[in-house]
Ligand binder design. Structure first.
Ligand code: SF4
Length: 198
């Protein structure tokens, strides 16, 4: 029986990126080796400090919520073999959206891949063509250069977002103006934080 270390599960709305505002059930997997200094989920980093749940338990919770889709996030979900979970979600009629930095090979076939590459551990090459959206967090002005380099590697047709890092309010106007001047990008805001929700 396949199990995963789980930080939390919860029913909410997708707060950022292409599907902002949509009903979503979140599965937050434990474990991350990317090490973003501004990470807002550092409690998820140690994979062995969180209780495990079976695939059946996770799918049952998601089915009870009846969301538009299930978000598999972390931590860094690609540290795990996601195939059993993805197969079970699909068998239950649930759409799966994966949020990943792309730091490790992606195992399985989610319905949507939100790629959020991080300069601290760059994506593996094979993940770029799997991306359905690109979402780059801007925590420093230099990250805009990184974002442009990442945009060159994903399919040209997918939506591309710049998302100001929540604690760097001094950069919000910079990102706003950058998107104005570079219309291939869109602005993504963490709306759940604005609303005080998770
Ligand atoms: S990849 Fe995500 S979970 Fe991992 S350190 Fe960066 S922001 Fe945190």
């Amino acid at each position: 029986m396949t199990t995963y270390p789980i930080v939390e599960t919860f029913f909410s709305l997708q707060g950022e990126g292409y599907w902002t505002g949509s009903s979503a059930f979140f599965i937050r997997l434990a474990g991350c080796d990317v090490g973003c200094p501004w990470c807002d989920t550092k409690l998820s980093w140690p994979r062995d400090r969180h209780p495990s749940q079976t695939v059946a338990e996770l799918v049952a919770q998601a089915q009870a919520a009846q969301p538009a889709f299930v978000v598999i996030t972390g931590g860094e979900p690609t540290l795990h073999d996601l195939r059993p979970l993805l197969v079970a979600l699909k068998a239950a009629g649930l759409r799966s959206h994966l949020e990943t930095s792309g730091a490790h090979p992606l195992q399985g076939d989610p319905d949507w891949v939100s790629l959020s590459p991080k300069p601290f551990r760059a994506p593996v090459p094979d993940v770029y063509h799997r991306a359905a959206e690109l979402k780059v967090v801007i925590a420093n002005p230099e990250d805009l250069v990184w974002a442009e380099a990442q945009a060159q590697r994903v399919p040209a047709s997918i939506p591309k977002f710049l998302q100001p890092e929540w604690s760097r309010q001094d950069l919000w106007e910079t990102v706003f103006q950058y998107v104005q001047a570079h219309p291939s990008w869109r602005l993504s805001l963490q709306t759940h934080k604005w609303l005080g929700l998770r």
